[in-house]
Write a protein that binds this ligand. Structure first.
Ligand SMILES: C=C(O[C@@H]1C=C(C(=O)O)C=C[C@H]1O)C(=O)O
Length: 283
């Protein structure tokens, strides 16, 4: 066989093996996964900047009684109602047909208004529903929001809740994308992952999937994005916002808050999603 046909034969074998091993996931690799996470950083930083435009607006988060169309009494905050109702409309419009999107409140909407689309199923079916939306919800309202918004009440509750929804959706998409990260890592090192999944060794799985160097790059990059995107743009170029008289420099969202968000919540939660996903990867 001529050298070039041996080479073609090997390439063909390689392609067939890839198709057999990963029938649904050929386009997914560590590079594409990292690109996705990098692009999500922009969405997250922008959504935080938008939310920081408004003060805390506490009444939007206090529980109050309201009566549903069935006449029954419910106790919810306005923000929770807003998210639930918005998600119902978005579910009808097909948002959750994509596995990248997971709602905070599950509803069974009977049909979708969106044109049909054949979404690829990159995830392993037995593990695809892993998510930490409950934890994200608690952290967002209890820990992050007080760091983002100044005290005060401007009454713009609907706009504020719409901004909350945008932040929650961006964080949820990024963190629950850990399922895709785990899928790629599993495919890249099936033998070692299979052994650790078999022995349900969570600590060893966490160690194997962790790349501290990569995490450091991510944290420093999001801090920088908060600096660049959180400046005022003038015809003379970007300037920091804030009180120039006092010499205090400031950004629309403190870059240190964005660093902390990733360091303490986003990355650790993404890795928890990865471990949970892997534990179900052989179900
Ligand atoms: C996403 C990756 O996997 C892990 C999760 C990371 C994250 O959430 O940003 C970063 C590094 C890894 O510990 C990766 O290796 O690129």
């Amino acid at each position: 066989m001529a050298a070039h046909s041996v080479y073609s034969y090997l390439l063909l074998c390689n392609a067939i093996t890839l198709l057999l091993v990963s029938p649904c996931c050929v386009g997914l690799g560590l590079d594409t996964v990292r690109d996705f996470l990098t692009r999500e950083e922009d969405t997250i930083v922008f959504s935080l900047i938008e939310r920081a435009k408004h003060p805390l607006n506490l009444p939007a988060y206090e529980e109050h009684a309201w009566f549903g169309p069935d006449g029954r009494r419910h106790n919810d905050s306005f923000a929770e109602l807003f998210v639930r109702e918005s998600e119902q409309i978005q579910a009808k419009a097909g948002r959750y047909q994509s596995q990248e999107e997971i709602p905070f409140f599950h509803s069974r909407v009977p049909f979708t208004l969106a044109p049909p689309y054949n979404f690829t199923t990159d995830l392993y079916p037995g593990a695809a529903s892993v998510n930490v939306n409950d934890v994200i919800w608690g952290i967002y309202f209890n820990e992050l929001l007080p760091l983002l918004a100044k005290n005060g009440d401007d009454g713009n509750y609907a706009v504020t809740a719409a901004s909350d929804l945008a932040c929650l959706q961006a964080l949820s998409r990024r963190i629950n994308y850990g399922r895709y990260v785990a899928e790629v890592k599993f495919r890249g090192d099936q033998q070692r992952y299979t052994a650790l999944i078999g022995s349900k060794n969570k600590d060893a799985l966490m160690k194997l999937l962790t790349s501290e160097a990569q995490e450091d790059v991510v944290k420093r990059r999001v801090e920088k994005k908060a600096m660049v995107l959180g400046q005022d743009i003038t015809l003379d170029g970007p300037t920091e916002t804030g009180d120039t008289n006092s010499g205090q420099s400031s950004f629309k969202v403190a870059p240190s808050v964005v660093y902390k968000l990733y360091d303490q919540w986003v990355i650790p939660l993404t890795k928890n999603v990865e471990v949970d996903y892997l534990l179900h990867r052989l179900d």
